[in-house]
Design a protein around this ligand. Sequence first.
Ligand SMILES: [Zn+2]
Length: 241
Amino acid sequence: MEELKLEPLYLITAKCDYCETSFHTSRVRHSLKKAHFTDTDFYMRYKGVNPDYYVVTVCPNCGYAFTENFSKGLAPVIRTSFELKVVKNWTGHDYGGERNWDDALHTYQLALLSAQIKNEKDRVVAGLLHHIAWLYRDAGNKKQEERFLEHALDSYVRVYELEGISVDNARLMYLMGELNRRLGRYNEAVRWFSRVINDKNIIDAAMIRASRDQWKVTREDMLAAQIELPEEMKNEAKKHG
Ligand SMILES: [Zn+2]
């Protein structure tokens, strides 16, 4: 039987919200997305083409960059600001084809710029910052990774402060714990993990389990760094262990 080999990328047509140009951009074929490992902060690692490289759509005509989470349209005052900050400096670049790591980073930087000009929700901004941190993780650039994890964490905290403890925030609370842990802010990390574990209103079993796991990892981190454990960790070690 002849083997049918699918190309991992396919083209879709997108339309720019700013200049209304229609253009092509690539997506990764769903059937060929093969995650083989997920990091504890939800970074999915793929074999072959990385779908994360193709999350951002960039208009080749004006530089407006967006993801499917962006709000639609640009208000007049935002159009003016976007024109001054982006369009005037845009020298034209087509990101529609295959992307390498540098291309991917540029597309996220452009999306971040568009998001900031448009005042997109903190959740959207946090996601972009987190993706940039993951790109640097892939490249082995620890310093830049931590810099962007820190920015992402600040944005997630703002999301939490605005949304409060709504039903769906176990994942967000876990993530704030995990980013704090990765940044070496262990006491903060423990605080968030404990909240997910102990809050009776949280029913997200996967996040409770993940928080228990990372609570233990944080304890190991603290012991390794010879940091004195908070009382609850001394007392609850047995309970969680
Ligand atoms: Zn455009």
